[in-house]
Ligand binder design. Structure first.
Ligand code: FPP
Length: 248
């Protein structure tokens, strides 16, 4: 039986978050430059997005550029920004064909102007697509997001728009970049690293974590299916006992 056929369509995660790691190592293995590793990573983005949309996953969030990635060599940062613009343009047909809505989270005002413009246009152009939302985390870090949310909440308290005792989980969630999305049930990280690297720290409180040695440019449809099959075998207990969870 194919991996796709082994997936239980009634128990799909609604939201899958992915830390796409290993482009540099993949390039080194092939004797290529790191930038070509990132370019080859775009093929995996396309395959994963199409496969997820076909399955009926509602949200995919990709860690495409972290706040910390600004510290990389300037030429790599520039190449990644150019690749982002090129990819948004070249993949518009994929987004249209699969009715995928593009979204972005992070400190987007830090991105070069051409990226901001292209991103905004693509987000607007795909805003009526209802099959799946593909969110790119760009210049994103979870601590930055939480710091922002806390500042906004503190200002609201200062202005007496809300009182301190109204600050609860729901209110905090509503002040995050992911306000309109369910929390990811599944977080995937490629390339053998077993870290979260400042990604969606609040939102992954109960996520199932899936680590694979596969490098991102090699991560294809079947790798996504394998991760979902693994997720479906797990028992999500949310702090309860196994007996409680399995009670009819
Ligand atoms: C991590 O690999 C990957 C990145 C920092 C960039 C991710 C970008 C892409 C997959 C391509 C562009 C994507 C979009 C959505 C336009 P790494 O460089 O840290 O790899 P290494 O750990 O092996 O060095």
């Amino acid at each position: 039986m194919s991996l796709e056929a082994q997936i239980d369509r009634t128990n799909l995660p609604q939201h899958i978050a992915i830390i796409m790691d290993g482009n540099g190592r993949w390039a080194k293995e092939q004797g290529m430059s790191r930038v070509l590793g990132h370019k080859n990573g775009v093929g995996s983005v396309r395959e994963v997005a199409e496969a997820a949309a076909e399955l009926g996953i509602q949200h995919i969030t990709l860690y495409a550029f972290s706040t910390e990635n600004w510290a990389r060599p300037k030429h790599e940062v520039n190449a990644l920004m150019e690749l982002l613009v090129e990819t948004i343009k070249s993949e518009m047909s994929t987004l249209k064909k699969n009715k995928i809505q593009l979204n972005a989270i992070g400190n987007l005002s830090e991105l070069p102007e051409s990226c901001q413009i292209n991103l905004k246009e693509a987000i607007e152009e795909t805003s009526n697509h209802d099959h799946m939302t593909l969110t790119l985390a760009l210049s994103y870090s979870a601590r930055w997001e939480l710091e922002n949310a806390m500042q906004t909440i503190a200002h609201k308290i200062e202005r007496k728009e809300i009182s301190a005792n109204q600050v609860n989980e729901e209110l905090i969630s509503k002040h995050l970049n992911t306000a309109n999305m369910p929390d990811p049930e599944l977080l995937i990280r490629t390339s053998g690293e077993k870290r979260i690297s400042n990604f969606l720290l609040w939102q992954i409180a109960y996520s199932e974590l899936y680590f694979t040695d596969t490098l991102w440019p090699d991560f294809k449809k079947d790798d996504l299916f394998q991760a979902i099959i693994d997720y479906q075998k797990r028992e999500r207990r949310f702090g309860k006992t196994s007996e409680q969870v399995n009670q009819l």
